[in-house]
Design a protein around this ligand. Structure first.
Ligand code: ARG
Length: 418
């Protein structure tokens, strides 16, 4: 790396127009040497091409890091174990990627002795929050530069700036949407998706086929979990990242994993986003279903609250918090018996769990059966019900039905007599 004696900045670099324009822009505006930093979270880009482009664009150095396994083992799987799905829809792929990218940028800043970090997020999204909060938590001394928040260039202006600075703009047609990808999901927003009434057009999707074009015969997949983590697909032991990539492929081919979500952003606006997360959808479904066997009623109930808090922590950029550590301690303990197998049927855009089993299953056929071998104590039911209903019976006699009153729901007039 050639030394210019200037201070350095680590720039989260994607190779696209905005982050490319940032390379000369930051040099000019802030008099800093730019080190382009690209993290591979399985987004499927050609990283060597991106690295070379960064150097041609004027970066003093360009680094790429393969963080796919880190991403899955330390971010995606904890979220899956926790059941974290934002607003019951979004499996959080983008939101999970940001704190990891930011953490790796901080590490790089330390290695290079950089004084600043920079990213290409806009001023109205969640991603800026996730980046900035992570930087300010892990490295409060680093200056944060977010050029898109500052420069107020529109697309034609950015193109003009690029032309002036000799930055190549890809000949391939740029997407009419704003996209973010990693192996856990594809996020697509803006363009015609901004009208929540309009059905997303076919070109909004990249990973899944339309349900109507999916094969006419179903496919079954089996997923093995150990203590809440997926460990095998169709009986084959696999690491997390390849398991997710494979399941994306299988699910996508059946049109599974499309999510159309009008979500509540942290910055106070509603936005319409189209997600694709075949593996995310299937794994959450399968995992939750295994929990129906392995968790007690109270543990499962309580966990739904934890899942919601966990999703909020991720969505709102608070990954590196003590509260997150506390919640994960609960999740890890809560998941210790969530081991077993789930069978999922994929057909025409839908995934359905059709079977589940576990060595720790709390399901007892002897207690559940209506057939021969029933061990449930039917006589005990009678006494149990008398005591269970005693409070309500007492209240009815002394309050609700006293003096021959009928039972009404406030505000609803029931059927009138006579
Ligand atoms: N709305 C999602 C989130 O906040 C995804 C944002 C990703 N960016 C995009 N250009 N679609 O996590």
């Amino acid at each position: 790396m050639a030394s210019t004696g200037r201070d350095k900045v680590i720039l989260a670099y994607s190779g696209g127009l905005d982050t490319s324009v940032m390379v000369p822009w930051i040099q000019e505006k802030y008099n800093l040497d730019v080190i382009a930093f690209t993290v591979d979270l399985g987004q499927g880009d050609d990283l060597e091409r991106i690295r070379k482009k960064a150097l041609r664009t004027g970066a003093v150095d360009a680094v790429t890091i393969d963080a796919k396994n880190l991403f899955v083992d330390y971010f995606v799987f904890p979220a899956l174990m926790a059941g974290a799905v934002y607003e019951s829809k979004y499996p959080l792929a983008t939101a999970l990627g940001r704190p990891l990218i930011a953490k790796l940028m901080v590490d790089a800043a330390r290695r290079y002795g950089a004084k600043a970090v920079a990213h290409g997020c806009t001023g109205k999204g969640n991603d800026q929050v996730r980046f900035d909060v992570t930087f300010q938590t892990l490295a409060p001394d680093l200056k944060i530069i977010a050029p898109v928040r500052e420069w107020k260039m529109n697309r034609p202006e950015a193109l003009e700036y690029a032309a002036k600075h000799g930055i190549e703009v890809e000949a391939t047609k740029e997407s009419p949407y704003s996209l973010d990808l990693n192996l856990y999901g594809r996020s697509c927003e803006a363009g015609v998706l901004e009208d929540p009434w309009d059905e997303p057009p076919a070109d909004a999707y990249g990973w899944t086929i339309a349900a109507e074009n999916a094969p006419n015969s179903a496919q079954y997949v089996t997923i093995d979990f150990e203590a809440g983590k997926p460990v095998a697909l169709d009986g084959v032991k696999m690491d997390g990242a390849p398991l997710i990539l494979k399941l994306n492929e299988i699910g996508g081919a059946h049109g599974v994993g499309r999510i159309d979500h009008v979500e509540n952003r942290l910055v106070g606006i509603k936005s319409r986003e189209v997600y694709e997360a075949p593996a995310g959808v299937i794994l959450h479904q399968a995992h939750q279903e295994l929990e129906t066997l392995c968790l007690s009623k109270q543990a499962a109930r309580f966990k739904t609250h934890v899942a919601q808090e966990y999703a909020d922590i991720i969505y709102n950029g608070l990954w590196f918090s003590a509260f997150h550590q506390d919640l994960f301690a609960f999740v890890a303990s809560n998941q210790r018996y969530v081991t077993g197998q789930v069978r999922v049927k994929l057909f025409k855009g839908k995934s359905t769990v059709v079977g589940r089993k576990s060595e720790f299953s709390l399901y007892s056929k002897k207690l559940a059966t209506y057939e021969h071998g029933d061990q449930f104590d039917h006589d005990a039911a009678k006494g149990f019900i008398r005591i269970w209903g005693l409070g309500q019976q007492t209240q009815a006699t002394l309050q609700l039905l006293k003096g021959g009153k009928g039972f009404d729901l406030p505000g609803l007039s029931g059927p009138k007599e006579g």
